[in-house]
Design a binder for this molecule. Structure first.
Ligand SMILES: CC(C)(COP(=O)(O)OP(=O)(O)OC[C@H]1O[C@@H](n2cnc3c(N)ncnc32)[C@H](O)[C@@H]1OP(=O)(O)O)[C@@H](O)C(=O)NCCC(=O)NCCS
Length: 177
């Protein structure tokens, strides 16, 4: 989960809703894929193809979430269960519109996902430079009385394009009440 700097993005923040506006969190539908792509593009995320967001929103709806305010998508989580690790959920990307950050949106989307899945482990990869994302998963671990455990996963030399290394984090969820 690397990020791009804001000057590399060209979509302006779209969330201008007041902080008090109620947040809705729900599984994705096929129609959410395009908004997820826009959010990733405007939010400094490592942008995947539009097809990837459309496919996840449609076929992985049970492990994806969007957060909406007044019907507008202000955040998304894109995740799947790795075929070889069916007791895990792997969070590929989480993004919140710049204007909605720092209000617990990402944390609430991930907790909503965990509430509805029968899994033992949360997994994600986070680059060393992504402090916000590391703070997010640290917070999730604490909420579950657990800790973040790191493993080598995809190294810089594995990427064809000099991409920053993507170490794997795992959070054991089995201690939660
Ligand atoms: C990472 C990101 C999803 C966090 O979303 P958010 O809705 O602002 O996060 P939350 O408000 O739920 O915060 C969750 C925790 O992380 C902490 N946190 C969030 N952003 C932080 C930051 N920039 N610096 C330090 N801590 C941060 C919060 O304090 C909170 O901790 P707490 O529960 O102990 O108080 C958001 O900053 C974002 O979209 N960043 C760009 C995309 C990205 O890097 N995505 C992850 C890689 S795919």
């Amino acid at each position: 989960m690397p990020t791009r700097t804001q000057h590399e993005t060209d979509d302006p923040p779209t969330d201008t809703t007041p902080e008090s506006a109620p947040l809705t969190i729900r599984p994705t539908t096929a129609a959410d894929g395009a908004e997820m792509w826009h959010l990733a593009r405007g939010g400094g995320l490592d942008l995947n193809s539009s097809y990837a967001y459309l496919l996840y929103a449609r076929d992985f709806a049970d492990t994806c979430r969007v957060a909406t305010v007044d019907g507008n998508v202000v955040g998304f989580v894109m995740a799947h269960r790795p075929p070889g690790r069916p007791r895990s959920v792997f969070v590929w990307q989480v993004g919140v519109s710049p204007a909605a950050r720092g209000r617990g949106v990402a944390g609430r989307m991930i907790e909503d996902l965990l509430d509805t899945l029968d899994v033992d482990t949360l997994e994600a990869t986070v680059t060393e430079s992504n402090g916000a994302s590391r703070a997010l998963f640290g917070s999730i671990a604490r909420n579950h009385g657990s800790e973040v455990v790191w493993h080598d996963f995809i190294r810089t030399e594995d990427f064809p394009d000099g991409h920053e290394a993507e170490p794997l984090l795992q959070i054991d969820l089995t201690g939660r009440s």
